[in-house]
Write a protein that binds this ligand. Structure first.
Ligand SMILES: [Zn+2]
Length: 301
C-alpha cells in the first residue's frame, strides 16, 4: 500500500460511521486522487466520492456527510469551474448521502435507485447497526430515481449506472466509466476488510458475492476500482474481496444448516484464521459471522 493508500485507510479507520451514526467533521482533510480522464476519487469521512469533471459540468458519485459539504465542494471547485450538475447516490447510507442538501443547494440534481429514495423518505426504526435512522429532509431526497440502469453521457465519458440487486442494500448502483476504465463500486466493495452487509435494508451475502463477481466481469487488469471504503482498488483486490466472502459463506452455511443459533455460530469462531487480515476494521469477525448468519438464514426457500 502506497503512502496515499495508507493515509486513506488510516483516515477511514478513524472516520467511518455507518448508517445513522452521528458524525462530526473535526480535523478531516479532503484528499483528492487523480485517476486521469477528468476523473477523481475524494476521501474524507464516509464513502469514497467519485468525481467526473469537464465541459459538460461536474458529475459526483456520493457526497459523504453534511459537515464536510463545504470542504468537499471546495475540493471539487479546485478541480473545475463548472457547476456540479448531478449527484448519484450509490445507496442510502448516511455516509454516502449526507451532503445531498448542500449539493442540491449548490444546484445539483440528485439521482439514485428508487429504493434509495424510498428508504431515505421513510427512515428505519432499527438499522442493521441497531440505531434508528429518522426520515430524511425533503431537500435531501432525489429528484430523479431509476429502477434499473441509466447512462450519463458527460465529459467524453459513457458512465453506465447499473443496479445490483440485494447486495450491500436493495438500492445499490455501481458506475462504470467505460472510456476511462474506472468503476465506482459503492459499498459492494470494501477494499481490504470485511464489508457491512445491510441485511435490514435488503442486502444479502449472496448478492454481495454476485455483485463483486459482476464488477469483476467488467474489469480488466488496468481497471481502476473505487471502493466504497478503503483505498483505490484493482481487479486483484476486488477478486480477493469476492473470494473472502465466498469463503465466509462456505464456513457459515454449514453452521446454519446444522441448526446452530446465531450466538452458537459466533462461538464456533469459524472465521478465526481470516479475522487478522479482514476483521481489523469496522466489521470484525463476530459481526461478519452475524451478518452472514442472518443473510443465509433469511434466504428465500
Ligand atoms: Zn453503506
Amino acid at each position: 500500500m502506497g503512502r496515499l493508500g495508507a493515509m486513506v485507510a488510516g483516515a477511514a479507520v478513524l472516520a467511518f460511521a455507518g448508517p445513522g451514526v452521528a458524525q462530526t467533521a473535526n480535523e478531516v482533510e479532503i484528499i483528492t486522487q487523480d485517476l486521469g480522464s477528468g476523473l477523481y476519487a475524494l476521501y474524507g469521512r464516509g464513502g469514497t466520492i467519485g468525481v467526473s469533471v469537464g465541459e459538460d459540468g461536474v458529475f459526483v458519485i456520493d457526497d459523504q456527510i453534511a459537515d464536510l459539504s463545504d470542504d468537499i465542494l471546495g475540493a471539487i471547485a479546485a478541480l473545475s469551474e463548472e457547476p456540479v450538475r448531478y449527484v448519484l447516490n450509490t445507496h442510502w447510507h448516511g455516509d454516502h448521502v449526507g451532503g445531498n442538501e448542500a449539493f442540491r443547494e449548490a444546484g445539483a440534481v440528485l439521482v439514485a435507485h428508487e429504493n434509495v429514495r424510498a428508504r431515505m423518505a421513510s427512515g428505519i426504526d432499527e438499522s442493521v447497526l441497531g440505531q434508528p435512522v429518522p426520515p430524511a429532509n425533503e431537500a435531501a431526497l432525489q429528484s430523479i430515481t431509476i429502477s434499473e440502469n441509466a447512462t450519463f453521457y458527460m465529459n467524453g465519458q459513457t458512465a453506465r449506472v447499473i443496479h445490483v440487486p440485494r447486495a450491500h442494500t436493495d438500492g445499490d448502483t455501481i458506475v462504470v466509466f467505460e472510456e476511462a476504465n474506472v468503476i465506482h463500486m459503492g459499498d459492494i466493495f470494501w477494499n481490504g476488510f470485511y464489508p457491512l452487509i445491510d441485511v435490514v435494508s435488503g442486502g444479502s451475502l449472496d448478492g454481495m458475492i454476485a455483485g463483486l463477481a459482476f464488477g469483476l466481469s467488467l474489469a480488466d487488469d488496468e481497471t481502476q476500482i473505487i471502493a466504497g471504503h478503503g483505498p483505490m482498488g484493482d481487479k486483484a483486490a476486488m477478486q480477493a474481496a469476492h473470494d473472502v466472502l465466498v469463503d465466509v459463506c462456505a464456513r457459515i452455511e454449514p453452521l446454519v444448516a446444522q441448526g446452530l443459533s446465531q450466538d452458537e455460530a459466533v462461538a464456533a469462531d469459524a472465521l478465526a484464521d481470516l479475522n487478522g487480515e479482514w476483521g481489523d476494521w469496522f466489521i470484525d469477525g463476530e459481526m461478519m459471522t452475524r451478518l452472514a448468519y442472518r443473510s443465509i438464514s433469511a434466504r428465500p426457500e
